[in-house]
Design a protein around this ligand. Structure first.
Ligand code: 5AD
Ligand code: SF4
Ligand code: FES
Length: 362
């Protein structure tokens, strides 16, 4: 078995079958995959880890993804919106602590007022930080005009997970209607790229009915779409969602964790110079989840800056870490964790994807 994995790892190109074999690697073989990924990470992106201070700005959402704890249909979710002053305060904290960048994330909403408010907020953050804070936004599917306005207001990276790249699976995890359409989501990724954003996407790992072949296709999807950054993590069931009924058919959580770790490692081998996030969901399963992800290829981490009183309401899945902590605690905690994983924090740097820089030059 190991010979087969070693052979695949010595190749320059990987087929779907190769990638699926790497993702299926057992306890011994996966060490080979992790070692190769660590080597490639060191050679192409080094050991710097960049911060993206995360502000979970609101859990209001107009959509109803069948897996998500803050879906519109979950009447148990207590809805909140962080005030403008609080966002600016969190942004100031990020700037003063040399985090380099922010991520503004929320459920998906539309409407003129909302678009304008976000636009204003982006301009205020830019102004407050003398243009020094980089801003990533993760605010779902929007019109081209909205994407453009937010880009002009100062956001320069956008995260929009495709969630699962297989359209048939996509439609199984979402209500079958126009607002949950695979093609629209895919189209959004093209629009974002056209406008000039650094584009990030990602998937959930260990979903019901998902196979290693599907995951191999997800990796090829990232490459085919020449993505600059990826954030992906394990699917974790949430009691108040329709998909909870499949909970007995899921892989055990540890297996989902290792599958996610292998996804990170194999992606680093496949796309050597992109930015890969150590997803918070990794830590919902393993207390050292994010450090492990850094060791095998991730180079981005998102310290939570959401004001403490809102944190436990941004529950997309169970056991989300950091809900009892505040910005200062997460900062200290992550610093220690990154050093333990042999990383160095890229303080005060945007840490843009090297892949993006190259893409711009060509
Ligand atoms: N488990 C893991 N990740 C989830 N997300 C939403 N619900 C879950 C869940 N139950 C992820 C989606 C979304 C991101 C913000 O959170 O991938 O894009
Ligand atoms: Fe809304 Fe995003 Fe959750 Fe879907 S995954 S319900 S769009 S917050
Ligand atoms: Fe939030 Fe450790 S990162 S408590």
């Amino acid at each position: 078995m190991s010979e087969k994995i070693k052979n695949i790892l010595s190749q320059e190109n990987f087929s779907k079958v190769d990638l699926a074999a790497l993702l299926a690697a057992g306890e011994e073989d996966r060490k080979l995959v992790f070692a190769k990924a660590a080597e490639i990470k060191q050679a192409y992106v080094g050991n710097k880890v960049y911060y993206r201070g995360l502000i979970e700005f609101s859990n209001l959402c107009g959509k109803n993804c069948l897996y998500c704890g803050i879906r519109a249909g979950n009447k148990k979710a207590r809805r909140y919106e962080v005030t403008e002053e609080e966002v600016l305060e969190a942004a100031r904290y990020a700037w003063e602590n040399k985090f380099g960048s922010l991520v503004l994330q929320a459920g998906e909403r539309s409407g003129k007022d909302y678009v304008r408010r976000i636009e204003r907020l982006l301009r205020q953050i830019k102004k407050m930080s003398n243009g020094e804070l980089g801003i990533t936004i993760s605010l779902g599917e929007q019109s081209e005009e909205t994407y453009r306005r937010w880009f002009e207001a100062g956001a320069h990276r956008y995260l929009l997970r495709i969630e699962v790249s297989n359209p048939d699976l996509y439609h199984r995890y979402h209500p079958k209607n126009k607002v949950h359409d695979y093609q629209t989501r895919l189209q959004s990724l093209f629009l974002l790229k056209k406008i000039g954003y650094q584009v990030g996407t990602g998937v959930m790992i260990g979903l019901p009915f998902q196979t290693v072949e599907d995951l191999a296709m997800d990796l090829l999807f990232f490459r085919e779409h020449d993505i600059d950054m990826v954030g992906m993590g394990p699917y974790i069931e949430h009691e108040d969602t329709p998909m909870y009924r499949y909970k007995d058919q899921l892989l055990p959580k540890v297996d989902r964790f290792y599958l996610s770790l292998k996804m990170v490692a194999v992606l680093r081998i496949l796309m050597k110079d992109i930015n890969i996030a150590a997803a918070t969901a990794m830590q919902a399963i393993d207390p050292m989840g994010r450090e492990k992800a850094i060791k095998v290829g991730a180079n981005i981490i998102m310290p939570n800056l959401t004001p403490s009183r809102y944190r436990e309401d941004y529950l997309l899945y169970e056991d989300k870490p950091c809900t009892d902590e505040d910005a200062e605690e997460c900062k200290r905690c992550l610093e220690a964790r990154i050093h333990m994983a042999g990383g160095e924090i890229g303080y005060g740097e945007w840490g843009d994807s090297k892949h993006f820089e190259k893409r711009k030059k060509t």
